[in-house]
Design a protein. Structure first.
Length: 219
């Protein structure tokens, strides 16, 4: 490993076949990894993909990743020898995953399921814009300086000055309006301050994720 504190990689399951020509990697850590083959190779998704990961892949900011994403709860098989497969924690992906964690856990605390919540197109837009906003954290300096407060500021959850915050507000107004029109009990509010509070309660977990950004684990 190069740089930074040692990551707990006990949740990474890595196996090879009898002749050592392919490697299976399963991710049961809290980090998002990039699987980086040393040369062009087939990388196959192994098993199912959790709903949160599906939403993350559909909503994250586009760009050249230089590898295959390996989110928590996913696994891949790479048609190469183990020594030809590297893993890296990417700063942008890790920041976006931290944001996704906040969105998912805030929705859960409000008795909502994220896949159900984003059937509202307004919330789908909000998830996308918030993941885009979270990429700004990578401009704040070295990974050791990343923290939850910086993430909250990047998302604009306390100031309400970002597209992320505006989209969350628009989505919540529509959610509450629909509940009134359907004569349902008002759902628990998902204001920007609610997301900020949830992020604050997850600070130790999120700080650990953010500080891992950009640290390389070679072969």
């Amino acid at each position: 490993m190069t740089g930074g504190a040692l990551r707990d990689i006990s949740g990474l399951a890595m196996c090879t076949d009898e002749i050592g020509t392919s490697v299976f990697i399963g991710n049961d850590t809290k980090d998002v990894w990039l699987v980086q083959p040393a040369r062009p190779a087939t990388v196959l998704q192994h098993g199912g993909v959790p709903a949160m990961v599906q939403i993350f892949r559909a909503s994250r900011s586009p760009g050249v990743l230089g590898g295959t994403t390996l989110e928590p709860g996913t696994a891949v098989t790479v048609a190469l020898r183990p020594a030809e497969v590297g893993l890296v924690i990417d700063s942008v992906l890790q920041s976006q995953w931290s944001t996704m964690t906040v969105v998912d856990q805030t929705a859960t605390a409000a008795r909502e399921q994220l896949p159900e919540l984003i059937r509202n197109e307004r919330y789908k837009n909000a998830v996308t814009s918030c993941l885009e906003a979270s990429t700004r954290i990578v401009d704040y300096g070295a990974a050791a300086r990343y923290d939850t407060q910086t993430l909250i500021q990047s998302l604009g959850l306390t100031t309400g000055t970002t597209r992320c915050a505006a989209d969350l507000t628009i989505a919540e107004n529509e959610r509450q309006t629909l509940a009134r029109l359907q004569k349902r009990l008002p759902p628990p509010e998902l204001k920007t301050s609610t997301f900020a509070q949830k992020a604050g309660s997850l600070s130790s977990e999120l700080d650990d994720l953010l500080k891992a950004a950009g640290r390389l684990f070679p072969h």
